[in-house]
Design a protein around this ligand. Structure first.
Ligand code: HEC
Ligand code: HEC
Length: 188
């Protein structure tokens, strides 16, 4: 009799703790699947894949929604974003944002292009991003030059159209200037 009672008690305790721990596992599991591409314990190996660890939470959250809705077009990331349940996107973004930004080193410091002054009002004086007039601006400092240059081209072609000021600004800079900016930002 005593044995049966202990067994029942165990079951009750186990099922009571199952709800929250299962939810946490779903988010952990989804986030664990990111690092094969986005870098495990360091920056991504491929400079066309952005650093996301330590990126602004609100920015990550918006990008995951944009990839899911097709507002931002990338086949790989659209399916990765769909692998996170909509109700988990905010928490997954907060978890990734809380990780330290992986420092890379190795990019030669370039001199600051004059055109970068106009970016600081939204991306911050130190270019680590934050809330701004058009939503949360991402950290640019220390990101891969190749990735930054590619995205500046994406804005210039009007392919992330909701970011209106970004689109106008990138259209107003030629490819050579965008390349200089990307190089400088990567060296920060
Ligand atoms: C198979 C490789 C791969 C996997 C796995 C992957 N990503 Fe990505 N991710 C990419 C690529 C490539 C890009 C750049 C897309 C582009 O050029 O627009 C990207 C871009 C992003 C961006 C945009 C960052 C920025 O600075 O704008 C976010 C956010 C992101 N990924 C989050 C995630 C999350 C969260 C996961 C895990 C659930 C994940 N990714 C898994 C390849 C991957
Ligand atoms: C009016 C505010 C504003 C100004 C000024 C601005 N940005 Fe942005 N920028 C943003 C916002 C907001 C986003 C995110 C857009 C989105 O949600 O897709 C962004 C995104 C970016 C990205 C994409 C980064 C990534 O991880 O994909 C790059 C690169 C960038 N900005 C570079 C610049 C540069 C360089 C300048 C100056 C020449 C500049 N921005 C000026 C607000 C601004």
């Amino acid at each position: 009799m005593k044995r049966v009672f202990t067994g029942c008690l165990f079951l009750i305790v186990a099922s009571a703790s199952q709800g929250p721990s299962l939810a946490a596992d779903a988010v952990d599991g989804a986030v664990a699947s990111c690092w094969g591409c986005h870098g495990a314990g360091g920056p991504p190996k491929d400079p066309t894949i952005p650093i996301i660890q330590g990126q602004q939470a609100g920015y990550l959250e918006k990008q995951l929604h944009d990839f899911r809705s097709g507002e931002r077009d990338d086949q790989i990331m659209s399916s990765m974003a769909e692998s996170i349940r909509p109700q988990d996107v905010a928490r997954a973004s907060a978890m990734i944002a809380a990780m330290p930004w992986p420092l890379r080193g190795g990019d030669a410091a370039a001199s600051m292009p004059d055109s970068l002054g106009a970016c600081q009002s939204c991306h911050g004086v130190d270019l680590t991003g934050g809330p701004g007039p058009e939503g949360v601006a991402p950290r640019l400092a220390g990101q891969f030059a190749q990735y930054l240059e590619a995205q500046m081209g994406v804005f210039a072609r009007g392919e992330r159209p909701k970011a209106k000021t970004m689109t106008l600004m990138m259209k107003s800079l030629d490819a050579a200037e965008r390349g200089k900016i990307a190089k400088y930002l990567a060296g920060l």
